[in-house]
Design a protein around this ligand. Structure first.
Ligand code: ADP
Ligand code: ZN
Length: 718
């Protein structure tokens, strides 16, 4: 039989069936060279060898077989992204403790009185147990939390201070109750009915659910989830951000009487194992997760929802390069269930799929019981005469005063982390860069260090210029949220200020708590980066000020207009979410006549999309043409360019499908962690068989040893 292993160079290999046999999709352990590795039975195999000469499967693991639907999905996804199948399989087997059959696990808790005289390490174990607050904790988790070896814990067990006991391993998730939804209103009714009908009917159907923030999209798709639960099938809701889930989980709990299963990088390994298994058993009715939840082994998937479908964080940029939104549509198509893409500002890809008749579009017109998006207006910064080290215009400052005076909240949005984006020597003009990347170092004043946003490297803020040696002339140039916070503190000394920037929080939990505090009225002025743009609900917020609306329009990226348009509308959508309060949004800009800024202010969304679509059509770029990026990286800059040039020269297979190759050129991020990066872009007609041609083309070359090659289908920037 054929077994696919997760080994990097693996492919489907022939093995002999074990005694007792096994079937397609079974998880098995097989010998590979001197080792035993994890694999999945992937069909009958080639049968080329005499069965007596091939090695047998070592054992069949105690797990539900991987269903044909998931295997087909992995195979298609591997083909589409030009990823080796074993790497795809790894995404689907990453979490589970496969081959760990015991149905109980050993956990530890405090038992007896704690003696006064304890060694330092034993003391840490006690502290760690207290920190877990009585929750069951395994030996591994405990040793890690205490920073000691397992023997220390065992020693305490002998003393009778700590007890060990076996508990059932995996408890199912509580059943969600489907029957306590809100009564939908207005155009929510029609949208909800349509989605519920899709779920009831079963089968693939793709829908764009479009409506401004607060129009009730979540409420509507939760109706479809409820229908799914009533039919005892499973639903998957993908969200772009961990920070979003806190609010979301509470809401689901209110709607369904219990929390759903959660899957993202912040979830413990133990919990992931449980979810992986429960998903396979059909015991997790609703899974809310980040993009990797797509690879869970659902027993009976009845609905997939991708919330904030335009969000760029759905694109996995490391390892296997895939766009979770597109993969969600693929999985729904293969498994034969409806998929809902929800957004206030859909991606142009989705918009084009609606135009092409591939997706149905459901619109939620106005906000639930309230007005439209707040009115957006420009502040022409050329007229504001601000000194070079200040960023809040007098016009905007006056609005903030008024809002805060009424006891409401103002949000100042600046999509730049840190204190200042540039550290510059006023004597020679040198800008401090990262030693490993092609990036400028950003000053972070809370950490008192310069940080590279590319690789995370840090160094002290230099007193003397590293280039010319002159002392005392180093200056922080340009605004970041931390510097904006200083300006706010000076300008509004009475106001309570909260800074929301992902790097200021040690954990997702700390960020969640901060957000909850702000929503409850714990701040007058919120200063935030991109993370505030996403879905958080601040009921008192009525004014949004965008500090630099021009920021996203710089550079040559063809998607810049789309991104800026989406981001500005989203940020503005934070203001005035409730019926009682009306919001306003002000954009500080140096180019109020720029077409994108005008489109944002004009609010004629359909006109913006149509114009943007026409431009992309004319250029033959996605979504009206197909593109792939080939990223080459190596510590040796000459090597990457030479190899890139070699690729570009021998482009026969691409020319045969009428595709063009651009480059090699420095990649959008030209150097990361000491590796130089070069990119080639391949552009083809929409209908061209791009993947096959790419595979044939790249198959001609054998990259040098230090050189890495990654294929990025549908790159984010081009
Ligand atoms: P979106 O997902 O489009 O941002 P939500 O579904 O979060 O919108 O709805 C915004 C707010 O309005 C939420 O607090 C929600 O509970 C409320 N809401 C939406 N629809 C209704 C309804 N039919 N009845 C009562 N409240 C509603
Ligand atoms: Zn760096």
């Amino acid at each position: 039989m054929g077994v696919l292993t997760t080994e990097p160079l693996g492919r489907v290999l022939d093995y002999r069936a074990p005694e007792g046999g096994c079937g397609d999709g079974d998880f098995v352990e097989v010998p590979l060279g001197p080792r035993r590795v994890l694999g999945v039975v992937w069909g009958p195999g080639e049968g080329r060898f005499d069965p007596s000469r091939i090695r047998p499967v070592t054992r069949v693991l105690d797990a539900r077989p991987m269903r044909a639907e998931l295997r087909a999905f992995l195979a298609k996804a591997a083909d589409y992204t030009l990823t080796p199948l074993p790497a795809m399989l790894r995404l689907a087997t990453r979490a589970p403790g496969l081959g760990a059959p015991p149905s109980t696990r050993r956990v530890y808790r405090l038992a007896g009185p704690v003696p006064n005289q304890l060694t330092e390490a034993r003391h840490r174990v006690i502290e760690a147990l207290r920190a877990f607050g009585g929750a069951p904790v395994t030996l591994g988790e405990l040793a890690e939390a205490a920073g000691c070896g397992a023997s220390v814990v065992k020693g305490l067990v002998k003393l009778g201070v700590v007890a060990e006991e076996d508990t059932p391993r995996d408890t199912p998730y509580p059943r969600l109750k489907a029957d306590r939804g809100m009564r939908l209103a207005g155009d929510q009714v029609e949208a909800g009915d349509a989605l519920v009908a899709d779920v009831a009917r079963g089968g693939y159907a793709a829908t764009l659910l479009k409506g401004v923030t607060g129009s009730g999209k979540t409420e509507v798709y939760l109706e479809a989830v409820a229908e799914c639960l009533r039919a005892h099938r499973q639903a998957l809701v993908l969200l772009p951000e961990i920070a979003l889930t806190a609010e979301f989980l509470t809401r689901v709990e209110a709607r369904f009487g219990a929390k759903p299963a959660e899957w993202h990088s912040g979830v413990t390994m133990t919990e992931r194992r449980r979810l992986w298994k429960m998903a396979a058993e059909g015991e997790a009715g609703l899974v809310v997760g980040a993009r990797s939840a797509l690879f869970l082994p659902f027993r009976d998937l009845g609905l997939v929802v991708v919330d904030e479908e335009h969000d760029t964080s759905y694109k996995q940029e490391d390892g296997v390069l895939y766009n979770a939104r597109d993969m969600a549509v693929l999985r729904a198509a293969i498994c034969g269930c409806p998929v809902v893409l929800a957004s206030a500002t859909p991606s142009l890809e989705t918009w084009a799929n609606v135009e092409a008749g591939k997706y149905r579009r459901l619109d939620l017109g106005s906000r639930f019981g309230a007005a439209e998006l707040p009115e957006m207006r420009a502040i022409d910064m050329r007229a504001e005469k601000l000194p070079g080290d200040r960023w809040i215009s007098p016009t905007l400052a006056a609005k903030v005063d008024a809002v805060v005076g009424r006891g409401e909240q103002a949000l100042l949005f600046l999509n730049r982390r840190g204190f200042a984006p540039v550290t510059l020597c006023r004597a020679c003009g040198h800008q401090v860069g990262c030693d490993h990347c092609d990036a400028r170092m950003v000053e972070h004043r809370f950490q008192k260090r310069l940080v590279c946003h590319q690789c995370g490297a840090t160094k002290p803020v230099p007193l003397a210029c590293p280039a010319c040696g002159v002392e005392g002339r180093m200056a922080a140039v340009g605004p970041g949220v931390e510097r904006l916070a200083e300006e706010v503190a000076a300008r509004f000394p009475e106001a309570r200020v909260a800074v929301l920037s992902s790097d200021l929080f040690g954990s997702a939990r700390a960020l969640k708590e901060k957000i909850a505090g702000i929503a409850a009225g714990g701040a007058d002025i919120i200063i935030g980066t991109q993370i505030v743009a996403k879905g958080h609900n601040f009921p008192l917020l009525t004014l949004v000020g965008v500090i630099d609306a021009d920021l996203g329009l710089q550079g040559s990226d063809l998607r810049a207009a789309e991104r800026t348009f989406q981001l500005m509308r989203q940020v503005a959508g934070r203001a005035g979410r409730t019926a009682e309060r009306k919001g306003e949004a002000w954009l500080q800009t140096h180019q109020p006549e720029h077409p994108v800024i005008r489109a944002i202010l004009g609010g004629d969304e359909e006109a913006f999309w149509a114009a943007e679509a026409a431009e992309r059509k004319a250029a033959g770029v996605p979504p009206y043409g197909r593109m792939a990026g080939i990223i080459l990286s190596s510590p040796d800059v000459a090597q990457v360019f030479d190899f890139g040039a070699e690729l570009a020269r021998r482009d026969g297979p691409l020319r045969r499908i009428g595709a063009e190759v651009w480059g090699p050129a420095p990649a959008p991020i030209a150097k990361v962690r000491g590796r130089h990066r070069v990119r080639l872009l391949v552009k083809a007609e929409k209908a061209a068989p791009l993947q096959a041609a790419l595979a044939e083309w790249l198959g001609q070359f054998k990259p040098p040893r230090d050189l890495r090659l990654a294929v990025d289908i549908d790159p984010q920037s081009f």
